[in-house]
Design a protein around this ligand. Structure first.
Ligand code: KG4
Ligand code: ZN
Length: 394
């Protein structure tokens, strides 16, 4: 089955085409085409993602990305097409809020043949709702124009499943059947959650942050250290520098909820503790490195302790880590080292670095498994839901 996947939930616009085979007992995904534009440079001057700008950029980028992904997949065949009047009218209605996108899509459709794909997967949530709507409306329009079924994919499910992918060449990915139950630690800019998959694609929330998401805490701490957005990689860089030549660290930060008897997290107190240490002070470069180092240690300690507790509570056999913060070197190293020592029989899965950030490959993978179950959403029923939750949505 060939899946055309679309991701626009935050500040990455992405379109991928995947050739998918197999099922939950073992699947294979060949990336036929993959096109992505990151908006990070544009949002940097606002110090975070600016939703109106994200929406505008998605609308501008989707048609060029679609063309480029199809071309890479050798599925783009130029030929003059006449768009039936009723289809034309419906497309204009579906994209009534996206004038520029509508014009670009109509032009594209009038000069390209319907490609040989079987289904569309689009991120319906969670994420920034105005941004999600651009992708969702685009998917509806393509579904209508090319008569393709749509899977409404969950962004967080994409992050979980992408941690299970293995590859040797970055083109063909295998997804072997994971040992269940699987516990997923989801760490991104908007989420910090522990989610249990007892049965394939069915989820229960085990714990979550009571305030800030871990990526958000990284981004806020980065701002306090005068580092640009997105702060996670910047803080990580400083911390790693200090790890190399660390002697003693003058900073001590709290590990919120470390010993509390539940699997929830809290990062706002940690962030405030950093604020007190930085407010009105001119920190030296070394002090910034030390503070970043201690902050990352505090985050890592809490994430690990809470995950270990949840693994014990749930008796999960696989731990999957997903979301943007799973790119963090300290988190990857610490979980790998400690888990092999503490729970050597638990399988740890972390996405390859190429897949830690938002992308459409993970949306295609999630979409495929639901397409196998014929879980399609009729275009008129498809909505973007910024607050979509995995444990109730799937
Ligand atoms: O999953 P993602 O790309 O977008 C959301 O769905 O939120 O996650 C983005 C978050 C940002 O907060 C970013 O600072 C953080 O992931 N991040 C990192 C690293 N790379 C990205 N945090 C810590 N260390 C990193 N290396
Ligand atoms: Zn994400």
């Amino acid at each position: 089955m060939k899946i055309l996947a679309i991701e626009t939930s935050c500040d990455e616009t992405a379109v991928s085409i995947l050739e998918c085979t197999g099922d939950e007992h073992g699947a294979e995904f060949r990336i036929l085409g993959n096109a992505l534009i990151s908006q990070i440079d544009l949002h940097r001057e606002y110090g975070g993602v600016y939703p109106a700008l994200a929406k505008r950029e998605h609308a501008k980028n989707l048609v060029p990305l679609l063309a480029s992904a199809l071309e890479e997949a050798e599925l783009l065949h130029e030929d003059t097409q006449s768009i039936p009047h009723d289809v034309h009218e419906s497309l204009v209605t579906i994209l009534s809020r996206e004038g520029e996108l509508c014009e670009a899509l109509l032009a594209f459709l009038s000069e390209s043949e319907r490609p040989d794909v079987d289904a569309i997967a689009v991120t319906a949530g969670p994420g920034l709702e105005p941004a999600l709507w651009v992708g969702v409306s685009f998917a509806k329009a393509l579904s209508l124009a090319w008569n393709l079924p749509i899977v409404a994919a969950d962004h967080m499910e994409g992050h979980i499943l992408s941690s299970l992918l293995t590859t040797n060449d970055g083109i063909t990915y295998e997804l072997p059947k994971p040992k269940l139950p699987l516990l997923a630690l989801l760490i991104s800019g908007g989420h910090t959650e522990l989610v249990l998959m007892k049965n394939w694609l069915s989820y229960e929330l085990v714990g979550q942050t009571r305030d800030d998401a871990v990526g958000e805490a990284f981004d806020k701490v980065a701002r306090m250290l005068d580092l640009p957005y997105p702060g996670g990689p910047e803080v990580s860089l400083l911390a790693e520098q200090n790890r190399e030549d660390a002697t003693t660290n003058p900073f001590t930060l709290p590990r919120p909820m470390l010993h509390d008897p539940h699997s929830d997290f809290s990062f706002s107190g940690l962030k405030t503790a950093v604020l007190y240490l930085t407010k009105g002070k001119e920190l030296t470069d070394i002090q910034k490195q030390q503070l970043a180092h201690e902050f990352e240690n505090a985050v890592g300690d809490v994430l690990y302790a809470k995950t270990l507790r949840a693994l014990d509570d749930t008796q999960a056999k696989t731990l999957a880590i997903g979301g943007g913060v799973s790119a963090n070197t300290h988190v990857r190293r610490m979980f790998t080292e400690k888990l092999s020592r503490d729970l050597p029989d638990t399988l740890l899965r972390i996405p390859s670095r190429a897949l830690t950030g938002d992308n459409a490959i993970m949306i295609g993978v999630a979409g495929y498994f639901h397409a196998l179950r014929q879980e399609f959403t009729a275009p008129e029923q498809l909505v973007a839901n910024g607050n979509q939750s995995l444990s109730s949505a799937v």
